[in-house]
Design a protein. Structure first.
Length: 72
């Protein structure tokens, strides 16, 4: 796995793996309520307005990966 600015090696790999698993679980638990709330509160923005929510969910992976990878 090659990520610019981050050296993944055997010493930090268990921590990175743990953080990414936690990120996946958090996303599975948080995205459906956020999606439902968005659809109920802003129905006029429904199809096109979901793009920012989806981008936030996808791009939240990278700060998680960089923080944990650089810490250990």
């Amino acid at each position: 796995m090659n990520i610019p600015g981050l050296a993944l090696n055997n010493s930090n790999w268990p921590y990175v793996l743990w953080a990414l698993r936690l990120w996946c679980i958090a996303l599975l638990l948080l995205y459906p309520p956020l999606y439902f709330a968005f659809c109920r509160l802003l129905p006029q923005l429904y199809p096109a307005g979901l793009l920012p929510l989806q981008l936030i969910c996808v791009f939240s992976l990278f700060p998680t990966l960089y923080i944990v990878g650089n810490r250990h």
